[in-house]
Design a binder for this molecule. Structure first.
Ligand SMILES: [Zn+2]
Ligand SMILES: [Zn+2]
Length: 388
């Protein structure tokens, strides 16, 4: 029996994925990973641009003289956390692990580049975008600032993320919001420190902070449209000293995250958190300072681009493509790419969660059985969008 191109490459791809898994690198430190990516792209005959956005790599493959070009994105970074599960290709670097499956994403896109370079079964240009630092370190933004789309113009850009809980031959391709905006906020309430036994001689910022924190959830409950998802969480509170339990401190710092799926709700969260901080400070006769740090916009799938991705997914997975799937309150800086050109972000099934381990769990592992579906999706998308 004749083996397909992909079947022939599968052993190589599984070994590559496991090698990447064993050697995780954090955002902007992906020196080994990006060198491996660049070498394999060059060996496949692609034109390779290294060092875009720090450790980013772009491989370009042009076949024929078709005027269209598309960008496909894979992220390469790992997370600063230990791997606890035992496996032959367990992380060799203490405190770092591929717990989000980006080792799989890198492998899928390399596999697609190798196959398409061999088949040359399309007419146009594909830019294979290997981005650094997706996990909150701003890799996509850096690539855009470094001129990604001026150097490599794309009519559309596509991103893919693995999703445990969907079968390995299943995908979800959904129009509209996929991932939330991911922003940070910081509040400092400054009063007048005093003796813990003599609160009337100072202005207590701690009691004010209690009021602020408990009022915070009224933004989502009472201000934002109930049909619009939003999250506001206080995740850090710092004040005083547990060794000085008779001292009311001068100030307290409260900080957290805010998530939304539309620019309007995002603006609303920014404004309302600040309004509450200043309002509570006023009420207690103290001062507030407020900072809202915009990190990642929401990922919202463009309608036309989604139709194209859906066609490719249905060609590969048949009826096992979900066209409705709940958006995630996590973020992905793919949003910066999709903010420049029409974009679509799809989910690739990764099988059942093994031992309950989901993304960012110390036991998580990309499922190699999903490699054929993922590579097929990328190659089919290119062959359909840039039809020969
Ligand atoms: Zn992640
Ligand atoms: Zn991820």
């Amino acid at each position: 029996m004749n083996k397909s191109d992909l079947e022939q490459d599968l052993e190589f791809l599984v070994a590559l994925r496991r090698d990447l898994h064993a050697h995780p690198e954090l955002g902007f430190e992906e020196k080994r990973t990006s060198a491996i990516v660049a070498r394999h792209l060059e060996e496949a005959g692609l034109k390779v641009h290294r060092g875009l956005g720090g450790t980013g790599v772009v491989g370009t493959l042009t076949v024929g003289n078709g005027p269209h070009s598309i960008g496909l994105r894979a992220d390469m970074d790992a997370l600063a956390m230990p791997e606890t599960a035992e496996r032959p290709y367990k992380s060799t670097v203490p405190g770092k692990m591929h717990a989000c499956g980006h080792d799989g994403h890198t492998t899928l896109l390399l596999g697609a580049a190798r196959l398409l370079a061999k088949r040359r079964s399309f007419n146009g240009t594909v830019h294979f975008i290997f981005q650094p630092a997706e996990e909150g370190r701003g890799g996509a933004k850096r690539m855009v600032e470094d001129g990604l789309f001026e150097l490599f113009p794309c009519d559309a850009v596509y991103g893919l993320h693995n999703m445990p809980g969907l079968a390995i031959d299943e995908m979800a391709v959904v129009e509209g919001p996929q991932l939330a905006s991911s922003d940070s906020w910081k509040v400092r309430l400054t009063g007048v420190g005093t003796h813990g036994a003599k609160p009337h001689l100072g202005r207590d910022p701690i009691t004010a902070a209690g009021q602020f924190i408990s009022s915070l959830q009224s933004i989502v409950g009472r201000v934002v449209d109930p049909l619009q998802p939003a999250v506001v969480s206080a995740c850090s509170v710092q004040a005083g000293d547990p060794k000085a339990l008779n001292v009311i401190p001068d100030f307290i710092d409260i900080a957290g995250t805010a998530r939304a799926y539309t620019p309007e709700v995002r603006d609303q969260l920014e404004e309302e958190i600040g309004r509450l901080a200043h309002g509570v400070a006023n009420m207690f006769g103290i001062k507030a300072s407020y900072e809202f740090i915009r990190r990642i916009p929401p990922v919202v799938n463009d309608a036309d681009t989604t139709t194209r991705a859906l066609r490719a997914a249905q060609t590969v997975c048949g009826e096992k493509v979900r066209t409705s799937f709940p958006p995630s309150t996590a973020g992905d800086d793919f949003a910066y790419f999709a903010g420049e050109v029409p974009g679509c972000y799809v989910w690739l099934g990764n099988g059942p969660a093994v031992d309950g381990a989901l993304h960012h769990n110390t036991g998580y592992d990309f499922n190699d059985n999903a490699i054929p579906t993922g590579v097929n999706f990328w190659t089919t998308l290119v062959e359909q969008e840039l039809a020969a």
